[in-house]
Design a protein around this ligand. Structure first.
Ligand code: PLP
Length: 465
C-alpha cells in the first residue's frame, strides 16, 4: 500500500476536490447525494480497507487520485457518483478590471450591466487550479499548444458531434474574431464581397468593412415565432462578387441552433457559388433546448469541410474571455490553411501558456460544471421569457442556445431604446451595431437575483414610457 498522507505537489485534476479537502473551492462543495463530506471520506476509507486490507496508523488518510485508482478500482464507481455542486446563485464581486461592469458605471446611480457576452460566474474551479498550477514552478516563456490540448479537443469533437478532426487541420489563433477577419482576407481582397446573416454579432460586419469588402446581408425573419434565414433571397446574392459566407451558429444574437436542413441549404449554395465558408461555432456548447443538437457545418460532408474554416473556442461556455487569446481554426484544406496562416501572420499574437492551461482544463475537466451551468441558464431563460412575455411593448423569440436574448422594442417607438433603458439603470446591448436599431440584446448569464432585478428595472422603464 503506497498511499501517503498529504501531497502538496500533486497535479491539478478533476478529483482534487474530493481527494484533497484542503483544496475545496469556495464555490463548489462535493456531495454524495445527501451525504456529508466527512461521512463520505469515512465511507471511502471503509471501502479501501475492505478491498485491500488497508491499515492506517492514524485512522485518517488522504490519497491522491492516481494512487486510489491504482490500488482501488472499486472506488471508481463511488467517485462517479460524487458531484461538485456549483452555486450559481452566489453573487461574485466583479473585478475592478471588468469591462462589463465598468463601462456604464458612471452613467447613473447604479447600472446593472447586461450587455457584453461574458457571464457573472466564476470560471470553473479546475480551470482556476490549472492556471495557478501553471504559474508555479515553471517559467512563462513563449509557449506552444500542448499536444494534450489538441488531443482533448479532437476527442471532444468526435465525442460530442461524431466529427473527426485531423491534427494537421488545426490552426491555433488568439481568438475567434481574428479568425473571422483572417477568413474574409483568405477568401478575397478589397472590392470583393462577403455574405452574412443579419442581424449578427457586430464583428461579422467589421470583418467585411475593415477588409474593404462589401457586405451582402442575408436577413432573418420571424416565422411562427422562430427566427429563420430568408433562403429565398439567396439567388439574388449569387453573382454579386461574394467570395465568402460568414455563418454564426448557434446564432448571436438570435439564439437559434441551425438544423441539418438549414446548414445543408447554406452549404449547397456556397459550394455552387464557390464561396469559402467561415463557421463561427463559439456558442456550440451552450445549447439550452434539450431536443436540439449542435451540428458542425464541416461535419456535413467532406466536400463541405474542404471549403470551410470552423472557429471554435472554450471561451463562451466556460467563461474564459478574460484569460483571452485562445481559439482554434479547423481548416481541412491545405491550400486554404496556408493562405489563412499567411493572412494572419504577424498580426495575430501567439496564445500564452495560461490560456493553453485554461483551455485544456476546460475541455478536459469541466463537463460537470458545464452541465450545471446549462441547467441554471435554462432556468434564467425561462424566467426571462415569462417576464418579457408579460411586458407590454417588448417581445422576444424563444432562445434555443446562448445566454443572449434579442428583444424587439419597436412597439415602444423610443427615440433611442438603449439610452432609455440605461437611464433606468440597465445597460443592454444596443441593437444598431448588430443590424437593427429596434432591438436590444440582453445577456442573462448572471445570477437569478440579478436577472430579476434587471427585469424589474425594465418594467419600471416601461412605465416611464
Ligand atoms: C459569435 C461570436 N463570435 C466571437 C466572439 C468573440 O470571440 P473572441 O473573444 O474569441 O474573439 C463572440 C463574443 O461574444 C461571439 O458572440
Amino acid at each position: 500500500m503506497t498511499c501517503s498522507k498529504v501531497h502538496r505537489d500533486s497535479k491539478p485534476s478533476d478529483s482534487a476536490y474530493w481527494a484533497r479537502p484542503t483544496s475545496l473551492s469556495r464555490d463548489s462543495m462535493p456531495t454524495l447525494i445527501g451525504i456529508r463530506p466527512s461521512f463520505m471520506m469515512m465511507l471511502l476509507l471503509l471501502v479501501i480497507r475492505q478491498r485491500r486490507g488497508f491499515r492506517s496508523r492514524w485512522g485518517i488518510m488522504l490519497c491522491r487520485r492516481a494512487e486510489i485508482n491504482r490500488c482501488l478500482p472499486g472506488a471508481l464507481s463511488l467517485q462517479k457518483s460524487v458531484r461538485h455542486i456549483v452555486d450559481f446563485d452566489r453573487p461574485v464581486r466583479p473585478h475592478s478590471d471588468s469591462m462589463k461592469w465598468n463601462r456604464y458605471a458612471g452613467s447613473g446611480p447604479e447600472v446593472l450591466p447586461a450587455w457584453v457576452a461574458d457571464m457573472d460566474f466564476l470560471t470553473p474551479a479546475p480551470v482556476r487550479d490549472a492556471v495557478q498550477q501553471r504559474l508555479q514552478g515553471a517559467p512563462l516563456g513563449y509557449a506552444e499548444a500542448p499536444q494534450a490540448l489538441l488531443e482533448v479537443f479532437r476527442a471532444r469533437m468526435q465525442r460530442l458531434y461524431g466529427w473527426q478532426v485531423e491534427q494537421e487541420w488545426v490552426v491555433v489563433i488568439p481568438g475567434v474574431v481574428p479568425g473571422l477577419f483572417g477568413a474574409v482576407r483568405t477568401a478575397g481582397n478589397a472590392g470583393d464581397a462577403v455574405i452574412t446573416q443579419t442581424p449578427n454579432y457586430h464583428h461579422f460586419f467589421g470583418a467585411a468593412e475593415f477588409s474593404a469588402q462589401q457586405l451582402l446581408p442575408l436577413p432573418n425573419h420571424l416565422q411562427g415565432g422562430r427566427w429563420e434565414m430568408d433562403f429565398d433571397q439567396l439567388p439574388q446574392l449569387a453573382g454579386q462578387g461574394a467570395r465568402s459566407f460568414l455563418l454564426c451558429n448557434p446564432h448571436n444574437p438570435l439564439g437559434r441552433v441551425l438544423t441539418r436542413r438549414e446548414l445543408s441549404q447554406v452549404a449547397e449554395f456556397c459550394l455552387q457559388q464557390n464561396l469559402l465558408i467561415c463557421s463561427d461555432e463559439i456558442h456550440a456548447e451552450l445549447i439550452l433546448d434539450e431536443d436540439k443538437q449542435h451540428i458542425p457545418l464541416a461535419s456535413l460532408a467532406p466536400e463541405v469541410a474542404a471549403k470551410t474554416i470552423t472557429l471554435v473556442s472554450p471561451s463562451k461556455a466556460f467563461n474564459l474571455p478574460g484569460i483571452g487569446a485562445f481559439a482554434l481554426a479547423v481548416i481541412p484544406d491545405a491550400s486554404i490553411r496556408g493562405t489563412f496562416a499567411q493572412r494572419i501572420y504577424g498580426l495575430a499574437a501567439h496564445p500564452g501558456a495560461l490560456s493553453y492551461a485554461a483551455a485544456l482544463a476546460a475541455w478536459r475537466d469541466c463537463d460537470d460544471w458545464l452541465g450545471q451551468l446549462l441547467q441554471y441558464l435554462r432556468g434564467n431563460r425561462d424566467v426571462l421569457e415569462q417576464r418579457i412575455g408579460a411586458m407590454t411593448g417588448i417581445s422576444m423569440a424563444h432562445v434555443e442556445a446562448t445566454y443572449l436574448a434579442w428583444l424587439d422594442v419597436s412597439a415602444l417607438e423610443l427615440e433611442n431604446p438603449f439610452q432609455h433603458f440605461l437611464a433606468h439603470g440597465v445597460a443592454l446591448s444596443d441593437g444598431t451595431p448588430m443590424g437593427d436599431r429596434n432591438f436590444l440584446r440582453l445577456n442573462f448569464g448572471t445570477t437569478r437575483a440579478n436577472l430579476e432585478q434587471i427585469l424589474s428595472r425594465m418594467e419600471r422603464a416601461l412605465g416611464a414610457g
